[in-house]
Design a protein around this ligand. Structure first.
Ligand SMILES: NC(=O)c1ccc[n+]([C@@H]2O[C@H](COP(=O)([O-])OP(=O)(O)OC[C@H]3O[C@@H](n4cnc5c(N)ncnc54)[C@H](OP(=O)(O)O)[C@@H]3O)[C@@H](O)[C@H]2O)c1
Length: 283
């Protein structure tokens, strides 16, 4: 079986590679090297954010690899301090200029921040609708949106987000939000897909990995793929960057899928903050 990465269709007619490379917590100094390594291995989808402070180095790595702009799917995200529409417009321009690109494949609102900005994330979303209309964002989406936030966009805005990027891994299935996404033609992207390493020595995961002759990280990433979600594991370790890429040449049977899904701890399994409460705005 060849290791071919499927393109997932989005609700706006575009497509996105199901596997990408995440660069959260990679310092600017190490980013160009890690992304360069990932591109060499074959990743063609990079997930960054203004908050990560490494957009410029992501752009640099893509140029250094000699790849054309159309060959790599690039996502970035609006930082929490820029939700007012005028700030969002400026922040989007800064993101494009840091990456030295004239368009993004996907631009997301990083967090809904329902307790900030008088609870208004709709006008922020309408700014992203402008970026899509003028072609500088091919697709737009949200991140960390809960069902109530998505319902509000559905009632008050024109464009349905193409993706919702949310925390999801075996300890936190995030099923309610995933179900809403699925029912409304929104693709789910699973962030921290291996729970930053926390799920990898779980006995069930180790057991499934032994049965299929793969590593724990590979079986967890494979579990996400078979659920239909998009993943972009982060690593600065060359061997792991390679390992995480080879997840399309084996499958998990229904029993293995259920065993891993059975590890869900509900809210207690969250690694990151609860989006209903998270209100961090960088100073
Ligand atoms: N939208 C959001 O709010 C949000 C939040 C968090 C993350 N994200 C996105 O999701 C991406 C992935 O999430 P994440 O970076 O939090 O966590 P992750 O991908 O679940 O885990 C990364 C950690 O696992 C280790 N690792 C990677 N591959 C491994 C392997 N094969 N075997 C053992 N350990 C391995 C890495 O170590 P080494 O680097 O040392 O190899 C790193 O410590 C981010 O980079 C970012 O793009 C988005």
């Amino acid at each position: 079986m060849a290791n071919t990465i499927p393109d997932i269709p989005l609700n706006d007619g575009n497509t996105i590679p199901q596997l990408g490379f995440g660069v959260f917590q990679i310092g600017p100094k190490d980013t160009a090297e890690a992304v360069g390594r990932a591109l060499e291995v074959g990743y063609r989808h990079i997930d960054t954010a203004e908050m990560y402070g490494n957009e410029a180095e992501v752009g640099e790595a893509i140029r250094t690899a000699g790849l054309g702009r159309g060959e790599v799917f690039v996502t970035s995200k609006l930082n929490n301090g820029f939700h007012r529409p005028d700030d969002a417009r400026k922040a989007f321009e800064s993101t494009l200029s840091a990456l030295r690109m004239d368009y993004l494949d996907l631009f997301l609102i990083h967090w809904p921040l329902p307790t900030r900005y008088d609870g208004d994330f709709v006008s922020t979303w309408q700014a992203l609708e402008e970026f899509r209309r003028d072609g500088r964002a091919r697709s737009i989406g949200v991140s960390n949106f809960q069902v109530a936030h998505l319902e509000r966009l559905a009632a008050e805005a024109d464009v349905v987000p193409a993706v919702n990027q949310i925390e999801a891994h075996p300890y936190f299935g995030n099923e309610e939000v995933r179900a809403y996404d699925r029912q409304h033609n929104i693709v789910t992207q699973a962030w921290s897909p291996i729970a930053q390493g926390r799920v990898l020595d779980d006995p069930t995961v180790v057991d499934v990995a032994e049965q299929v002759g793969r590593t724990p990280a590979q079986v967890v990433l494979r579990w996400h793929l078979q659920r239909g979600d998009i993943v972009f594991p982060k690593s600065t370790t060359p061997k792991r960057i390679e390992e995480n890429f080879h997840i399309f040449d084996f499958t998990l049977d229904a029993v293995a899928m259920e065993q891993i899904s059975g590890l869900d701890r509900g809210e207690a399994g969250r690694q990151g903050p609860n989006p209903d409460e998270f209100d961090y705005v960088p100073s």
